[in-house]
Ligand binder design. Sequence first.
Ligand code: GLP
Length: 240
Amino acid sequence: MRIIKCNNKQEMADLAYQTFQEYLTNVVDPVIGLATGSSPIAFYDKLIDEYNKGNFSFKGFRTFNLDEYIGVPKEHEQSYYSTMSKLLFDHIDIDRNLIEIPNGNAPDLSLECERYETLLDQYRIDVQILGIGTNGHIAFNEPGCSLASKVHITELKEQTIKDNARFFDTIEEVPTKAITMGLVNILHAKKIILLVSGSNKAEAVRDMIQGNVTDNLPASILQLHRHVTVIVDADAARLI
Ligand code: GLP
């Protein structure tokens, strides 16, 4: 794992952009894995900024989001579909037909998992952007999950529901289930960039880097990947 410590969000975003470009060297028609959450926002802003300056284009890019809530309408402002549109897709020249997000409202969710899995088999991710939950989850692979999981339906842990409550009016509105890529799908990406900020992530970051590989801290599985860059701010890095 390459660990880069930064002083602030802007520095994180700049370094993430630099790493992203490095990882995309000589890649034709890139396949990118995208994450929601607050950690990648400054990086997405940087991508938009570079696009507006004419330095970057998303033509030919195909994207796969990590996860989506189950039962939240696509047009709800907190669905990951809406979130990604607001944060990135509405502001860049990506072909909308090349954007993939699991459908958390599919009539048959098992079939939807299979559909997404098949697509991920077909298009291997070149660069996966990741965040981490306070409990060490990546995507929605929660503590205790299978280390061999593929795309699946998951129940969110109480901690995750509490963490996500800030986006909803009441805690009752926070979804309790999601469709998520599994850890196997994430490890299959050729390169990974993990963005982490905030003091509440410090323990998860320490255990991810220094602890054993364990299902109690799903992000620890990233120790098994050969090309992971972790970009972390001073608050999140305070225990390493
Ligand atoms: C959600 C997402 C994760 C993300 C996590 C952390 O749970 N499913 O992919 O990494 O939030 O979010 P934040 O960056 O807002 O702390």
